[in-house]
Design a protein around this ligand. Structure first.
Ligand code: RB5
Length: 148
């Protein structure tokens, strides 16, 4: 898989860890910045990841900010992007399997490098189950996206 990775200044301390974890899991990272600790705005980086997925340049994304929350809120404003903060490995794979999450959001002020590695690994190893109750609920989300 191609995986778009981006962060703001708050998430920058974890970006290299995430890029390496994507590669270690056998996938291809696409580094969309930011590239230092200079203050930037996380919605800009959420847009970059969302645009890469929508353009087919990436299959999934990882966004890193200070808490993960701002990145997730911004990313979820983009149609076709289903993002969540997951700071435990169960959620990192279950949100893909049940909810079709395609962008994992992490908070570099909350978790450390080892947890980040495990979360990225769990996220990328998971596949959406696309059946039964899961598919019905995800379809409901798609309908909300189209109507609201
Ligand atoms: C930046 O200071 C911080 O607000 C941002 O990284 C993020 O935590 C927002 O949710």
């Amino acid at each position: 898989m191609k995986v778009a990775v981006a962060c703001d200044h708050g998430g920058f301390p974890l970006k290299q860890i995430v890029l390496a974890a994507v590669k270690a899991a056998g996938h291809q990272p696409l580094d969309l910045g930011t590239n230092g600790l200079e203050r930037v705005d996380y919605p800009d980086f959420a847009r970059k990841v969302g645009a890469a997925i929508k353009a087919g340049q990436a299959d999934r994304g990882v966004l890193i900010c200070g808490s993960g929350a701002g990145a997730a809120i911004a990313a979820n404003k983009i149609r076709g992007i289903y993002a969540s903060v997951c700071h435990d490995t169960y959620s990192a794979h279950q949100a893909v399997e049940h909810d079709a999450m395609n962008v994992l959001c992490l908070g570099a002020r909350i978790i450390g490098p080892e947890v980040a590695r495990e979360l990225v690994t769990a996220f990328l190893a998971a596949a959406y189950l696309d059946t039964g109750n899961y598919a019905r609920r995800v379809n409901q989300i798609h309908q909300m996206e189209a109507a609201l």
